[in-house]
Design a protein around this ligand. Structure first.
Ligand SMILES: [Fe+2]
Length: 277
């Protein structure tokens, strides 16, 4: 009896093994047959490929991969010309539309273009190890980078003035101007005098100096000389000849006098608030 039970058990075990093997084979066949569908379904739920991702990287040579990586890096650091916050004719009669169009579309655009070119050449120098032009490139980086920053601030520092009334600051900015310059009129006189006296091409800047905890006026030559490290520009006026010569010729003082009518004190106050954070 005992022997028969053992024999039956062995038969059951054998049957079970055979059934298990059959199921395993069927399961494997099913998996193989449905794999493409499963992959597609799984892929559909994955995060979509980001713009700029290049699947060819997988099969590229190391040189091609490095080149593509450089290109992607450069794409991510492209500087762009910001649009004007008003139409070309909206700053009339203080700023003529012909000058404004040339100034923004040609001059500022050229600084942006040169800044991007400089970044590309610096990336190339890092990749090749050839720094023969490093002095020139660092100079063009400072020149065009500063030109891009200052022009970007300059456009938003101005706003149309159809009423033709001279506008003045208010609130915390007005209080700080009074504290640091004695009065708004004293500040305006210093700022105008500095703008008129810039030697050659340059800017005058009202900036917040966090380290000193006060407002300062700077007289900048070109875009990058005679600055103060760490200052936050709040209000800037362009006194390069390209900024005013078509309308004002050599009368820079007249350009400055009329430019005051365009100052957007709301923008200056907003920059002051951000700079003090
Ligand atoms: Fe300019």
């Amino acid at each position: 009896m005992q022997a028969r039970l053992v024999a039956d058990q062995k038969i059951e075990d054998k049957n079970f093994t055979i059934i298990l093997a059959i199921f395993t084979i069927i399961f494997a066949i099913l998996i193989a047959a449905t794999e493409p569908f499963l992959s597609a379904a799984w892929g559909a739920g994955k995060k979509p490929i980001q713009q700029g991702q290049n699947l060819k990287l997988v099969n590229n040579s190391p040189e091609e991969t490095k080149k593509r990586s450089r290109e992607m890096k450069q794409e991510s650091t492209k500087y762009e010309l910001p649009p004007l916050p008003y139409d070309y004719n909206e700053l009339e009669p203080y700023y003529d539309q012909e000058t404004l169009r040339l100034h923004h579309d040609k001059h500022h655009a050229a600084y942006v273009k040169e800044l991007n070119l400089t970044e590309e050449k610096l990336a190339e120098a890092r990749n090749t190890g050839d720094y023969a032009l490093i002095r020139h490139l660092e100079r063009t980086l400072a020149f065009n980078g500063s030109g891009h920053i200052l022009h970007s601030i300059f456009w938003t520092n101005m706003a149309p003035n159809p009423e033709g009334r001279l506008r003045t600051p208010s609130g915390a900015l007005a209080d700080q101007i009074t504290r640091d310059f004695g009065s708004f009129e004293a500040f305006k006189k210093q700022f105008s005098a500095a703008a008129i006296s810039v030697e050659g091409s340059g800017w005058t800047i009202l900036g917040w100096m966090p380290e000193f905890g006060k407002l300062l006026v700077l007289e900048v030559e070109n875009h990058q000389n005679q600055t103060l490290w760490g200052i936050k520009p709040l209000l800037v006026v362009d006194v390069w000849e390209h900024a005013y010569y078509l309308r004002y010729q050599n009368r820079r003082a007249e350009w400055i006098e009329n430019w005051w009518y365009l100052v957007n004190w709301d923008d200056v106050a907003k920059r002051f608030e951000q700079a003090r954070r």
